[in-house]
Design a protein around this ligand. Structure first.
Ligand code: XCC
Ligand code: SF4
Length: 650
C-alpha cells in the first residue's frame, strides 16, 4: 500500500487526539489502516455510488448510464428506478436481518435460560419481564419468573414467523400511525417474512414498480425497529438489567499500561456479559498478577462496548474507526469479537503486535483469529477460557511498544426509557411541559457509525453541539454516542455548552444535554420514547418536534434504522450520500413525496453546520403546526462564523 497519510493531515481524517497519535504510529510502522484502504479504492465506482449497477441475475451484471448516452436499461429491461429501488430494498433487508438475527440469538438464550439450561444467565429485571408479558396478555399471577419468561419467549418466536397479521410491539405505536401503516399496506407481519419477501420481490421479474418496492422496504425496516431490534433490546434488559445512569470513561486512554487489557467488540452482549463475570473470577485475577499485571481491564468497542457501558459501566475504548488503532497501542492482549462492524483487517493489524483476536460466533469467523465457539449452555466456562487466553498473552507483550495516547474522558451513560422517566419523576410531563413552553425546542436522535469518508466524529460532535446550543435535547446511540463522549459532551457539566433553556433543565436534573440511550439495536428505545410522548399527548409521532440524524453512517443496518425512523414519522438527515442518486424518481420520493405518505422524509447534508439548520427549521415548523411558541422556520440560519469555519482545517 503506497498512500500513507502524512502526519500533518491527520486532522482531516479524525478530530480525536488518540486516533491522530495512533495514525502517527501506523505511518512509522507501515501499518495500513481503513483510511489507506479507502484511498486505494479511489475513485470508487460511480455506477455503484449512484445505485445504478445490478447483478441480481446472470444475464447481467448491468449498468444504467446516468448521463443518458449509454444503456438506459438492464438486459431484462429494468430501468434506473427499478434498479435503484431494488438495491435499496436489499440493503434494508440486509440491515434488518442483521439486527433481527441478533435479536433471535438473544431470544434463544432467553428461552434456554427460562428452561434452566444456560450457565451465567438469569432473569434480572422482573419488572420488565412483567411489562412485556402484560403487553402480550401472558398471565403473571402466581407464576414463577421462569414460567412467564418461557411463555414470553414462545410468543416472541412467533414474531419471526408467518402466522401473524402484525407484530406485538405495534401495540406501543399511536393508533393513528398503525391505521396509516394498515392503509399503506406496510404493517410488519413477521420479521423473517418481510425480509424474505424483500429478497423475493427484488429477484428478476417480480416487483418492478419502484414505489411498491420502496413501500415494502419500509415494511421490512419496521420489522426491524418494532420487531427484531426491539426484541434484542428488551430481552437484553430482562437478562442483563435495564440501564440506569452511571459514570464511566472513554477513549484509548481507558487502556491501562500495567493491566491485562481485553477489548470486547461487536454487538451482541450475550458473550461479553459472561466475560465480565469471568474477569472478576479470583483465580483469573490471581493468574494475571502472577504474570506481572496489576489486574484485568476490560474495555469496549462499538456496540458490544455500548451494551457493557450502559449496564455495567465498562469503559469504552472507542467507536468504529478505532478498532485497528486500539490494537496499535501495543497494550491489548485480546480483542474478543462477536459480530457486525468488525473489520476483517483487525487480524492483519494484530499480527504486528501480540494481540490475539478471538472470534466467538460460528456465523462470524475471521481468518487469522483464534475461534472459540460460544455456547450459552456453557457460558461461564467459555467466558473464563477466553479471559485466560488474554491473561496468558500478557507474557508476550513488549513493554517498549506500549503507547497509550491521552488520558481518558469521563462520560455518562445508562439512559434507558425507564431511566429517563425516572429522572423526570416517573412521568413524561416535565419534559412535555418544557417542550410546550419552548425551554426545550425539541429532541433529536443523533445515531450511527463512523465512515472514513468523513473526518472521524466531526459530523457527530459538530451537529450535536449546534443542536444543544439551540436548546434541543439530543439522544445518542451507537458510535455517535462514543463520539460525543470523547468530545466531553456527555457529562452533566456539559450543560454549560447548551442553550439557556436546556442548560437549566439539565442542571436541575443533574443530567448531560446529550443522553446515551445505548447500542444500535437500542434505537428501538428512541422510537419507544417517541411513541410514548405521542401517546401521552394524544397525537401521532410525526406531529412532534423531533428529528433523527446519521451524520457518519456506513452500514446496511443504519439504512434500515433510517427507514424505520422515517416510516415511524420522524424526519431524518443523513450525512453520507446513499446510493440512490441514479434515480430522480426514487430521490424525489424519499426526499419529498414520502412526507405526504408517512409524514416524514429524508434529507442528505454532509456539512453538520447545515444539517443543524435543516433540523432546527424542521423542529420550529413542527412547533408552529402544534401552535407552540416558535421561531419562523425560514429565519433559522447558522451563525456566520459557523458557516465560515466549514470543514476542519488541514
Ligand atoms: Fe457503530 Fe453499532 Fe454503525 Fe457499527 S453499525 S459502526 S454505529 S457499531 Ni450499528
Ligand atoms: Fe441485469 Fe436485470 Fe439481471 Fe439486474 S436483473 S443483472 S438489470 S438482467
Amino acid at each position: 500500500m503506497t498512500t500513507f497519510n502524512s502526519k500533518n493531515n491527520h486532522a482531516r481524517l479524525t478530530i480525536n487526539r488518540d486516533a491522530q497519535e495512533m495514525l502517527d504510529r501506523a505511518r512509522e510502522d507501515n501499518i495500513p489502516t481503513v483510511w489507506d484502504r479507502l484511498a486505494a479504492q479511489e475513485p470508487q465506482c460511480g455506477y455503484c455510488a449512484m445505485g445504478l449497477s445490478c447483478r441480481n441475475c446472470a444475464m447481467g451484471p448491468c449498468r444504467v448510464d446516468p448521463f443518458g448516452e449509454g444503456p438506459q436499461k438492464g438486459v431484462c429491461g429494468a430501468d434506473a428506478d427499478i434498479i435503484v429501488a431494488r438495491n435499496l430494498g436489499r440493503t434494508i433487508a440486509a440491515g434488518a436481518s442483521a439486527h433481527s438475527d441478533h435479536g433471535r440469538d438473544i431470544l434463544e438464550t432467553f428461552h434456554a435460560t427460562a428452561e434452566g439450561k444456560t450457565s451465567g444467565y438469569r432473569i434480572v429485571d422482573h419488572e420488565k419481564l412483567k411489562t412485556l408479558a402484560r403487553e402480550r396478555g401472558i398471565a403473571i399471577d402466581d407464576r414463577t419468573p421462569n414460567d412467564v419468561a418461557h411463555d414470553l419467549a414462545e410468543a416472541m418466536f412467533e414474531e419471526f414467523g408467518t402466522r401473524k397479521e402484525s407484530l406485538d410491539f405495534l401495540a406501543r405505536v399511536p393508533k393513528k400511525r398503525r391505521e396509516l401503516w394498515q392503509k399503506l399496506g406496510i404493517t410488519p407481519r413477521g420479521i423473517d417474512r418481510e425480509n424474505v419477501e424483500m429478497l423475493h420481490r427484488t429477484h428478476m421479474g417480480v416487483d418492478n414498480d419502484y414505489v411498491n418496492i420502496l413501500l415494502h422496504a419500509l415494511r421490512t425496516s419496521l420489522s426491524d425497529g418494532w420487531g427484531g431490534s426491539m426484541i434484542a433490546t428488551e430481552l437484553s434488559d430482562v437478562m442483563f438489567g435495564t440501564p440506569k445512569p452511571l459514570l464511566s470513561r472513554v477513549n484509548l486512554g481507558t487502556l491501562k499500561a500495567d493491566h491485562v487489557n481485553i477489548a470486547l467488540h461487536g454487538h451482541n452482549p450475550m458473550l461479553s456479559d459472561v466475560i465480565v463475570q469471568a474477569a472478576n473470577d479470583p483465580e483469573l485475577v490471581k493468574l494475571a498478577k502472577a504474570k506481572g499485571a496489576a489486574g484485568i481491564n476490560l474495555v469496549g468497542l462499538c456496540c458490544t462496548g455500548n451494551e457493557l457501558l450502559m449496564r455495567r459501566g465498562i469503559p469504552m475504548a472507542g467507536n468504529h474507526l478505532m478498532q485497528e488503532l486500539a490494537i496499535m497501542t501495543g497494550a491489548l492482549e485480546a480483542m474478543v469479537v462477536d459480530y457486525q462492524c468488525i473489520m476483517p483487517a483487525v487480524t492483519e493489524v494484530a499480527k504486528c503486535f501480540h494481540t490475539q483476536v478471538i472470534s466467538t460466533f460460528d456465523k462470524a469467523k475471521f481468518p487469522g483469529a483464534i475461534h472459540v465457539t460460544f455456547d450459552p449452555n456453557r457460558g461461564i466456562e467459555i467466558g473464563k477460557e477466553i479471559v485466560r487466553r488474554g491473561v496468558e498473552a500478557f507474557a508476550n507483550r513488549n513493554p517498549e511498544r506500549v503507547r497509550i495516547p491521552v488520558g481518558s474522558m469521563p462520560m455518562m451513560a445508562g439512559f434507558s426509557v425507564e431511566a429517563i422517566l425516572a429522572v423526570l419523576g416517573g412521568t413524561p410531563a416535565p419534559l412535555v411541559d418544557a417542550i410546550k413552553q419552548g425551554t426545550i425546542r425539541g429532541a433529536v436522535g443523533v445515531v450511527g457509525c463512523n465512515n472514513p469518508k468523513i473526518p472521524q466524529d466531526y459530523g457527530h460532535v459538530v451537529l450535536t453541539r449546534r443542536l444543544i446550543e439551540k436548546d434541543i435535547l439530543v439522544v445518542v446511540t451507537g458510535c455517535a454516542a462514543v463520539a460525543n463522549g470523547k468530545a466531553g459532551q456527555m457529562v452533566p457539566e456539559a450543560a454549560e455548552q447548551a442553550g439557556p433553556g436546556l442548560k437549566a433543565v439539565c442542571k436541575a436534573l443533574g443530567i448531560p444535554p446529550v443522553l446515551h440511550m445505548g447500542s444500535c439495536v437500542d434505537n428501538s428505545r428512541i422510537i419507544t420514547l417517541a411513541a410514548a410522548l405521542a401517546n401521552y399527548l394524544g397525537v401521532d409521532i410525526d406531529q412532534l418536534p423531533l428529528a433523527g440524524a446519521a451524520p457518519e453512517w456506513y452500514s446496511e443496518k443504519a439504512v434500515s434504522i433510517g427507514a424505520y425512523v422515517v416510516a415511524s414519522g420522524i424526519y431524518t438527515v443523513l450525512g453520507v450520500q446513499p446510493p440512490i442518486f441514479g434515480s430522480r424518481n426514487v430521490v424525489k420520493l424519499l426526499a419529498d413525496g414520502l412526507e405526504g405518505v408517512v409524514g416524514a422524509k429524508f434529507a442528505v447534508e454532509p456539512d453538520p453546520e447545515k444539517a443543524a439548520v435543516l433540523i432546527r427549521r424542521h423542529i420550529e415548523s413542527k412547533r408552529k403546526a402544534l401552535g407552540l411558541p416558535h421561531i419562523a422556520p425560514e429565519s433559522v440560519r447558522a451563525p456566520e462564523e459557523a458557516l465560515h469555519a466549514g470543514w476542519p482545517a488541514s
